[in-house]
Design a protein. Structure first.
Length: 250
């Protein structure tokens, strides 16, 4: 009898839950998108603004990587990992996360200007969205103009067959953005080459010592990796690399 009662307890609990759900039904939100005729032109303008904002959010990762300091930082940190020979340590998530926070640190003055000159006036309805986009783009253009190479700008001006700009303000974003990306890639590879040199010397010395000792069957990486890690920790490598990265943007 006790066994039957114990088996009925879960069924009674389930029955109570079902009855309580019927007595107090939960209200779930419903989201829908539809098309209808608009009686005012303002309705269509608001719809277009929403579509534009959704498009901007979709392209946000590309904008972050291509128009900020993210490209240089993530490439340099990837070079550090490869130079150490640790393969997947630190992991990609850690490298990208550190790059994002360092990018935010570098771009904070630009973000502050965008907030003061574009975002806050737009929220206060002092300017329209077209003026807000232009004012928000000006600090980003100023950042890119500081680090873009004249050679790369001349390349894209020549390819696009656009008129020669007399001032930096005459450069279109179509020319400035790819020129900035090429310049950042070049700078990142130069820094990566300088990072590789001391670790390459350690690998060469270890390989020469093992060969002279006749230990050809022992992989040089097994000996050089601990030495590189010890050297990197003793000189406080992450501190030096991050400091030089930050100074490269000053």
């Amino acid at each position: 009898m006790k066994t039957k009662l114990r088996s009925l307890i879960p069924l009674l609990g389930l029955f109570v839950l079902v009855m309580s759900a019927d007595l107090h039904p939960q209200i779930l939100p419903k989201v829908s998108i539809g098309f209808d005729q608009s009686k005012a032109p303002e309705d269509a303008a608001v719809t277009l603004e929403i579509i534009f904002l959704i498009t901007i959010l979709t392209l946000a990762p590309s904008i972050l990587m291509m128009m900020t300091a993210f490209t240089r930082i993530v490439i340099v940190l990837s070079f550090v990992r490869r130079a150490l020979g640790t393969q997947t340590l630190p992991s990609n998530q850690i490298v990208i996360g550190l790059s994002l926070f360092l990018t935010l640190f570098v771009m904070m003055p630009v973000l502050t200007q965008m907030n003061e000159k574009a975002f806050q006036p737009y929220l206060a309805e002092k300017i329209d969205y077209k003026t807000a986009l232009k004012e928000a783009m000006n600090p980003v253009r100023g950042f890119m103009l500081r680090y873009v190479s004249e050679k790369d700008v001349a390349l894209f001006v020549r390819i696009s067959k656009s008129p020669l700009p007399r001032t930096p303000e005459d450069l279109s974003n179509v020319v400035l953005i790819p020129a900035f990306i090429i310049s950042e890639l070049k700078t990142a590879f130069i820094i990566g080459f300088l990072i590789y040199i001391p670790f390459l010397v350690i690998d060469m010395v270890v390989a020469s010592l093992l060969m002279s000792m006749g230990m050809m069957m022992l992989p040089p990486m097994m000996v050089s990796l601990p030495l590189k890690l010890i050297l990197f920790v003793l000189v406080d490598g992450w501190h030096l690399i991050v400091k030089q990265l930050m100074y490269s943007f000053n």
